[in-house]
Structures are given as structure tokens and as C-alpha cells.
Design a protein around this ligand. Structure first.
Ligand code: ADE
Length: 225
């Protein structure tokens, strides 16, 4: 999979993309992440990327031209499955969308800033608008990192234990059951006997029951799209 991220702050991605699972996926060659600075596509001498909104009002708007040039530049190289824009007014991100996107080949991910981006970019280039939740971030970068992390970790071959991504919370519309590790007793609190029993069938049954119970208690309305 190839992910091309368009941003005004490529440096923000170092750290999250250089550790743990994403680092491993990159090192294995399973995912190729490229960060493009939108400012590099500005055609004026001050490298301006934003301007006042027509009609007035507070806040600057990201200009159409640098973003259009950046996307055209990428599209001249290869075909993209989706051009995603991270925005609080997009569709709410879910495990279902992460599963779908993880099966794609090439994605462009556009991070907005300031008051928004010129609407003509959305009309002409964007195929999918995604929000990571009903709150406003100062830019799309953190949202893009969350999107990328959730997509990359479920690509086959990224996690060592291939089944572990499938048993995550939200897969099957259920939250994950509780987990324990050594010691078997801590400050009088014991690990449930069934987990120490070695009886695979009983353990599986217990996990399913607990996943269901947890979902009913914590997130009774959980839905997958
Ligand atoms: N940019 C700003 N807020 C956002 C959100 N909640 N989701 C995605 N992108 C955003």
C-alpha cells in the first residue's frame, strides 16, 4: 500500500510514523508513506498557501492552487483509489471504514488547516471526507495519523499474530473481553479460573460471553457500518 499525505506540517508525522507497528510495516515494505509539503506547490514568491475568505469573516482559507498542483503531481505518477480529506464535517470514521481502506492500493490523504480549504478542491478532487470524531482539531494531521495507524495495523503481515487484529474491539461489533497476564494473583485479585484451566473450548466461550457483556454494559448501541 502507498499512502501520500499532503500537509503543511510534514514534521508532525515523525515520531508516530517512526515507531512500533507503523515502523515495522514500513521496514517490511508493506506500506510506503510519502509526506508532501503543500507549501512546495505554491507558485508565488512568498510561498503563500492561504488567503482571506471571499465574503469576509475570520480565519484564513487554504488556497485551491497549491493543493490542486500537489494532487495533480501525484496523479500523474499513479492511479489512486481514494483522495481523502480529513475534516470535522466528514463521515464519522469507523472500524468498517478502516477495514475497507486497508484493502486499497494507493491513497492520497489531505490534511486541512486554518478555517478550511477552498470548496473547489472538495468538489473536484476529494472522493471521501472523513471525521475522526465530533470535535474540532487544529488541523487534519493528528486525524491523518489516527486514520493511517488504524489502516496499517490490519494489513495482513503487519502484526505478527495475524489473528490478533481480527479479535480487536469493534471487529464483530463487539468490544474485546478482559485480558490478564502474570501474576495469577495481585493484591488479592485473582485471574478468572477458566483462563488457567487450559480448556480451550471453555476459554473461548468465556471470552465470547465477556465480550458480549462488556459491549452491553459500556457501548450498548455499538454499530459497524
Ligand atoms: N480536522 C479538524 N478536526 C477534525 C476531525 N474531528 N476529524 C478529522 N479532521 C479534522
Amino acid at each position: 500500500m502507498r499512502l501520500d499525505i499532503l500537509t503543511l506540517f510534514p514534521e508532525m508525522f515523525t515520531g508516530p510514523f517512526d515507531h512500533s507497528i507503523i515502523k515495522r510495516a514500513r521496514n517490511k515494505g508493506i506500506v510506503d508513506i510519502s509526506l508532501l509539503n503543500i507549501r512546495d506547490f505554491s507558485t508565488n514568491k512568498h510561498k503563500t498557501v492561504d488567503d482571506y475568505a471571499y465574503g469576509g469573516g475570520s480565519g484564513m482559507v487554504m488556497m485551491v492552487e497549491p493543493i490542486a498542483l500537489a494532487i495533480d503531481h501525484l496523479k500523474a505518477e499513479r492511479t489512486y483509489d481514494e483522495v481523502i480529506f480529513l475534516t470535522p464535517d466528514g463521515e464519522l470514521f469507523s472500524q468498517g471504514t478502516a477495514n475497507y481502506l486497508s484493502t486499497r492500493e494507493n491513497l492520497i490523504i489531505l490534511c486541512g488547516h486554518y478555517k478550511g480549504i477552498d470548496e473547489r478542491i472538495r468538489e473536484k478532487y476529494i472522493t471521501r471526507e472523513i471525521s475522526i470524531g465530533d470535535y474540532v482539531l487544529s488541523g487534519g494531521e493528528l486525524a491523518a495519523m489516527i486514520l493511517c495507524d488504524s489502516i496499517i495495523r490490519i494489513i495482513p503481515g503487519v502484526l505478527n499474530d495475524e489473528t490478533s487484529a481480527l479479535s480487536d474491539s469493534f471487529q464483530n461489533n463487539l468490544l474485546s473481553p478482559p485480558v490478564y497476564t502474570r501474576p495469577a494473583e495481585f493484591k488479592g485479585m485473582k485471574v478468572p479460573d477458566v483462563l488457567l484451566s487450559g480448556n480451550e473450548k471453555e476459554i473461548q466461550k468465556w471470552r465470547e460471553e465477556m465480550a458480549y457483556k462488556r459491549t452491553m454494559e459500556k457501548r450498548p448501541g455499538l454499530q459497524l457500518d
